[in-house]
Design a binder for this molecule. Structure first.
Ligand code: TXA
Ligand code: MG
Length: 341
């Protein structure tokens, strides 16, 4: 019972008829799901509180979980008050280094951004996505686009158009199918409003790369560290990015194989998410989803793998932990949250 229209852009620049149609949907207050370089987003005109309210309703997302505003240029006039930052130069430096790209900056909220977007916070999260369809859509709409990941709240983020429909079909107006998203985990969220920058959520831009750009160490915020009334980054909820089956993160392949055997002995089906090399070493383990080789490939296919094993009806999903550093920080963060009870 598919009810949401799905369209594939013809050439993908702002004059594309499909993107023109999507832009018109946004301008009249509708919801458009679209690809970014990280995951698919569910977008609305960020300047229209009624449209923004529809996002929360469609996702069944709590109203105290603020949205990221997506822009197609670095003119933030009315969107953010860089002049109110302790160090405006730092923000400019990071935008020059990483935009467009998977770095979301938390900045003092500008007067044009309704409080509904930011869950009442006086800070707004802004990013410029590095995806031709997302950029063309925002330009064609002529407004900033508020967009969370296009999944049901708490579920695994979507990296294909099919994932979006599986979660939200019929709950929004138009889905732009741009194929699988290249990075596969969400953007890094960096709060610049304090005296020192703080990573609220590790993501597509590595902490090391931010540190290199700033020439200074960057800390990772711990949960509830600042005691804010609204959740500082609800990506920080314990159980988030979660499949239906119970996920277990194993220290190594020996533990994974032992747990797989334990499940089988108890009459339960466990699925495994394996790298290329692991899959070759344990061809007899099933069902298994092969993630690829290296952190970038694992990041790109992780959410598809979690969804595929869920769809296969397994009781449990097993994966080995990843090395920290680079994209490993984001992958490890998502695994930890997805595995939380
Ligand atoms: O890669 C991404 O960031 C994707 C694509 C669609 O852009 N978007 C995404 O949005 O992951 P969402 O809503 O699923 O996650 C946004 C995160 C949440 O953890 C949220 O709490 C945090 O950003 N955030 C948004 N506004 C904030 C604010 N004003 N202050 C602190 N954190 C904020
Ligand atoms: Mg999300």
């Amino acid at each position: 019972m598919a009810t949401t229209a799905v369209a594939v852009p013809k050439h993908g620049d702002a004059s594309d008829p499909i993107l023109q149609r999507a832009a018109a949907v946004l301008r009249r207050g509708g919801l458009v799901a679209f690809p970014t370089e990280t995951v698919y987003g569910l977008g609305a005109n960020a300047l229209d509180p009624a449209a923004v309210a529809r996002i929360f309703e469609a996702k069944q997302r709590p109203l105290n979980d603020p949205l990221i505003v997506h822009v197609a240029g670095d003119d933030l006039d009315g969107l953010a008050r860089l002049d109110q930052l302790p160090d405006p130069g730092r923000a400019r430096q990071l935008m020059a280094a990483f935009w467009p790209g998977p770095l979301t900056l938390v900045l003092p909220r500008g007067a044009r951004i309704p409080a509904d977007v930011t869950a009442g916070l006086d800070k707004v999260a802004i990013r410029m996505p590095d995806h031709p369809i997302a950029l063309a859509l925002i330009r064609a709409a002529g407004v900033p686009v508020a967009a969370p990941s296009a999944n049901r709240f708490g579920h695994v983020s979507p990296t294909t158009a099919r994932h979006v429909l599986d979660d939200l079909d019929g709950r929004f107006d138009l889905l732009i199918d741009g194929g699988p998203t290249p990075i596969g985990v969400e953007s890094t969220v960096l709060d610049l409003t304090g005296d020192e920058p703080a990573i609220l959520r590790p993501g597509g831009i590595a902490r090391e790369d931010i540190e290199r750009a700033l020439g200074a160490p960057v800390r990772v915020a711990r949960r509830a560290a600042d005691g804010a009334a609204a959740m500082p980054a609800p990506g920080m909820l314990d159980r988030h990015y979660a499949p239906r089956a119970r996920l277990h993160v194993c220290a190594g392949l020996d533990e994974l194989l032992a747990r797989h055997a334990e499940h089988a002995a108890a009459g339960r089906r466990a699925g495994a998410l394996l790298t290329d090399a692991q899959s070759e070493a344990c061809a007899g383990i099933g069902p298994q989803f092969v993630l690829g080789a290296g952190l970038a490939e694992v990041a790109r296919s992780l959410y598809a793998g979690l969804r595929a094993l869920d769809a296969a009806g397994v009781d449990a999903i097993l994966i080995t932990d990843v090395p920290r550093g680079g994209l490993g920080d984001a992958i490890a963060d998502r695994l930890r949250r997805a595995a939380a009870p």
